[in-house]
Design a protein around this ligand. Structure first.
Ligand SMILES: [Mn+2]
Length: 270
């Protein structure tokens, strides 16, 4: 149509796509501000972000064939049903296109557990988790599945390693666990497949104020992009951006999230 616009003008079918965007607006375990509208506002920010990256001189949507599948219909309050839908949706995507690279928009951080269980393979996957928090509590006021416990649940699965970067808020219980399990904060020694999870609260609230649980003294985007470039030299198999609590258009956090996606696509190995 001559005078209509789609969300993204560069949409391809899932079968031919190289990158697939999928929102997971789950926020039932959020303990701070609601992150239900993260996918909506990150998507809108991505639509408004110029696709040309000056640093690498690439048009990121020309570089990769892109498709947006919209959001998974999660059932707020029911993690069992929601994780099942995450699992089945990812399975369906992979059946249609085995090599497509997924980018997930959250939602609270528990979605990473559902995603990773669906992506699990025999081969070990190293999860690089950018986060102000450890998320390694055994339970949160009695609940085992929460955005505060997802990383602990993940390590109960056999085929994952965890690297955590940017942590500055933790508990004695979590730090004992980190020491005992030798959880690293370095990407240098990582070999094999990598999954990247970006909790937007890793950034200083000056750069990303709209997050579920903000923490002072965080990273700045420049530091993050330097690390992201190095991570992109590895075999990255998926990316999520979680905990965006934006509730209107044009917020700093959603804009930063959109720019992370753009930089990632500029740096990503083709
Ligand atoms: Mn987190």
């Amino acid at each position: 149509m001559l005078y209509t616009t789609k969300t993204f003008p560069f949409e391809h079918s899932l079968k031919e796509a190289e990158i697939v965007l999928l929102g997971i607006p789950w926020d039932s375990t959020e303990t701070g501000k609601s992150v239900k509208y993260g996918p909506l506002f990150i998507r809108e920010a991505l639509r408004n972000t110029p696709e040309y990256d000056l640093e690498t001189k690439t048009d990121v949507f020309e570089r990769f064939k892109f498709t947006d599948l919209g959001d998974i219909e999660v059932v707020q309050g029911n993690w069992n049903l929601s994780k099942q839908r995450i699992k089945e949706t990812i399975k369906e995507i992979k059946e249609e296109n085995t090599s497509v690279f997924p980018i997930f928009l959250g939602g609270d951080h528990l979605i990473s557990l559902g995603i990773l269980k669906a992506l699990a393979e025999k081969e070990k996957i190293t999860v690089i988790d950018f986060d102000a928090h450890r998320d390694l509590m055994d339970n949160w006021i009695g609940e085992k599945h929460s955005h505060i416990t997802w990383a602990k649940r993940l390590l109960e699965e056999k085929n994952f390693d965890l690297v955590q970067i940017g942590c500055r808020s933790s508990s004695k219980e979590e730090e004992n666990f980190v020491e005992k399990n030798k959880i690293s904060d370095s990407i240098e020694k990582i070999k094999g497949k990598v999954y990247l999870s970006v909790d937007l609260d890793v950034f200083d609230p000056m750069h990303a104020p709209e997050v579920g649980t903000p923490e002072l003294l965080g990273m700045n985007p420049k530091e993050f992009f330097l690390l992201l470039k190095k991570i992109c030299e590895k075999e990255v198999i998926g990316l999520d951006l979680v905990e965006c609590s934006a509730d209107k258009v044009n917020t700093q956090t959603a804009n930063l999230a959109a720019n992370i996606i753009k930089k990632f696509l500029a740096y990503k190995k083709s």
